[in-house]
Ligand binder design. Structure first.
Ligand code: AMP
Ligand code: MG
Length: 401
């Protein structure tokens, strides 16, 4: 039986090198940047005012006081979006607004609240306090210098990063191509929702939950019809998915029972099994194989096992496929609010709920069929075999929601 780290290393080694495609910025959210991006321009693009106020020469305001204001001649007005031909001479100022270009000659902006206008002298502005060069000025290149790195290859395109790329005038980016992943659920007991359950049947739930996790990992899920527990049917379904997709994720049919057909069917369609047991709970049966450059991830059928093994062993592969630099679930510190016990002989990835204060609770029944624990959970805790953590223990939580 493979240790988890060895299994993950073997999966990642089989993932093809990322290839890229060009997409518009509006389609790039959540995608992985393929190339480093340098800024073609400075940000701010030009020196501009951070305030509604008056552009002037700071030296002119040195002796300004509220009881002895400095009088400057109002030489013009520049709204945001306008430009100014003249120069601000000594003893003058120009009306500016937030984002107005700072005119030549001016080196500071006095905010409106530090000034006064007198109805009797409309061409004059009274400056009530001294200012220094650079005050309330957003300098050209102060945020981003032309040629500097905006984003590196492998980074995820978040709203903030996309905003920055738009601000420097880019309209598109090169991103990692997304693997299309066939999603199959096996089990003769499974029924599509929408009909009353026949005796002995259960509603199928893995494909929906896994499709969500896949899409969040940037892959494109392609859901296939339910597969009954039959060797020929499984073979057909695998061959079909293999022909259409870059990878296949199946659930169920990977245990040792005589109704578990995934391994055998996969080999019969030309696949090679790399491993089918990982020393973790949930997920001891977990099949990984390759077939003509396509990858097979055979997840256990139990819904908890399927989701947890997906997060631990499939999600990293899908992210690596797109060239992502960071493929691990985020690890956050927390403190156990109650004891957490793994009394089994296998490393257990237990479902936990972390609240906003970092307090960690068990997400409920830890059995691998218990979907309520997945619904309540937002994290996993890696608990070694035969271990009891007492309340108050500082722990690390793998966040997944
Ligand atoms: P298996 O791995 O095929 O032995 O299935 C293990 C358990 O998970 C059985 O109780 C199945 O009924 C259940 N199960 C398998 N696949 C699904 C599914 N897609 N949705 C919900 N339950 C499932
Ligand atoms: Mg089954």
């Amino acid at each position: 039986m493979l240790e988890f780290e060895a299994a993950l290393a073997q999966v990642l080694a089989a993932v093809p090198l990322p290839t890229s495609e060009h997409v518009s910025l509006s389609e790039a959210a959540g995608r992985v940047l393929a190339d480093q991006i340098r800024s073609p321009i400075d940000l701010p693009v030009f020196d501009n005012s951070a305030m509604d106020g008056y552009g002037l020469r700071a030296a002119d305001t040195a002796s300004a006081k509220s009881n002895a204001p400095m009088r400057l001649r109002l030489a013009g007005r520049i709204a945001a979006g306008e430009s100014f031909a003249g120069e601000v001479a000594a003893g003058t100022c120009v009306r500016l607004f937030t984002g107005s270009p700072l005119p030549p000659g001016a080196d500071a902006v006095v905010m409106q609240e530090e000034t006064r206008l007198e109805p009797t002298a409309p061409a004059e502005v009274l400056i009530l306090s001294p200012t220094v060069p650079g005050e309330n000025v957003r300098s050209r290149g102060g945020d981003v210098k032309r040629g500097s790195t905006l984003s590196d290859a492998g980074e995820l395109l978040t709203a903030g990063r996309l905003g920055l790329l738009a601000a420097v005038g880019l309209t598109g980016v090169s991103v990692g191509r997304q693997p299309v992943v066939g999603l199959l659920a096996t089990g003769s007991e499974l029924q599509e929702p929408g009909q009353p359950l026949a005796p002995g049947r259960i509603y199928e739930s893995n494909r929906l939950a896994l499709a969500v996790l896949m899409a969040r990992a940037g892959a494109v899920p392609q859901t296939f019809p339910l597969v009954v527990d039959d060797l020929a049917a499984t073979r057909l379904a695998l061959a079909d998915a293999c022909a259409q997709c870059d990878a296949i994720v199946t659930t169920g049919g990977v245990s040792v029972g005589e109704m578990d057909f995934i391994k055998c069917a996969f080999e019969q369609v030309g696949g090679e099994l790399e491993f089918w047991k990982v020393a973790i709970k949930p997920g001891r049966p977990f099949v990984f194989g390759r077939c003509q450059g396509k990858l097979l991830f055979g997840l256990p059928g139990n819904p908890v096992s399927a989701l947890v093994t997906f997060l631990l062993l499939v999600r990293p592969a899908l992210l690596r496929w797109q060239g992502a630099a960071n493929i691990s679930l985020p690890v956050l510190p927390g403190v156990l609010a109650e004891p957490l016990v793994n009394d089994g002989g296998r490393r257990h990835f237990m479902r936990v709920r972390v609240d906003s204060a970092g307090k960690v609770y068990s997400a409920g029944v830890q059995a691998s069929h218990a979907l309520s624990s997945v619904a309540a959970a937002n994290g996993l805790m890696d608990v070694p075999a035969n271990t009891m953590f007492t309340a108050g223990t500082a722990v690390s939580v793998l966040r997944w929601d």
